[in-house]
Each structure stands twice: as C-alpha cells, then as structure tokens.
Design a protein. Sequence first.
Length: 157
Amino acid sequence: MNENNKEYELLDAISQDPLVTQAGLSDSLGIAVGSVNWYIKRLIMRGYVKVTHMDRTRLKYDLTPEGMTILTQRALQYMKSSLRFYTDLRAKARTVVSDLKSRGIEHAFLEGNDEVADILRLTCIEGGILLSDVPDGVILKTEGQNYQVIFKEVPRS
C-alpha cells in the first residue's frame, strides 16, 4: 500500500478515535509503531493533525480543518471510483444478458460467489434470465473484472 493510502488510513483512524495510541494504530493498520510515528509526524508537518499532551504519557490527536478536508476528498474519490467500477460491471453484465436474450436463452448457471458475480446475478434476474442450480447449457463465469459465457453442449437422450 502506498504512503498516501497509509496517511488516509491514519487520518480515518484518528477521526474515529482521537485518543488512539500509536501501538493501537500499528495493530489496526498492520505497520510498525516506528512507521506510525513517522507518518504522524508527516501529518503534523503538513498541518493535517494537531497533537495535545493529555498527561506525560498520553496524547490526543485531532484532525485540523485541512486534515478533515483531505480525509473528505479521499473518501469522495473512493466513492467515485467504486461507483465507476460498479457502473462498468453493470454495463458488461447488461451486455451479457442482452446477448443471451437475443439468442433466445432463458436459463443459465452462474459460477462464482463474489461481488462481481453478484452484479451479474442481479442483472440476470432483472433481465429475466433464470439462474439454474445445475451447470448445464449456458455457464456464466467471472474472470477478474469481466464476464465469460460458456455454451456447454447438453447430451441428448
């Protein structure tokens, strides 16, 4: 994960618990305490975080208005990126369903159980493609961020 992502994760964690310790941040982010200290110093130097000494051993971290702005901007970027990803997958899934319908196919088996498969499952249901429990006829698969259609020959009796 790159530096900007770690900084974002630190800002997010601090926004949720200003009394969080560096050891706690280290555990939750999976990085060394020394790295947490280094990142926090960077965030302080950039004006994103302010530190208050509660007592000799206890610190309180507060996001500055600039820190809150950066945190909000990153959250918005993430949401836009996620929405773009979802929209792209929905478009691909609609193309698959449209192709199946144009071929007169009304049943298919969907292989996979992740978020990408869920988008295709939803699109099939909306498009009137019945999803079967048995992988015969047409099999729909996820391939990374794409969909694959396999036309399996059904044995004739």
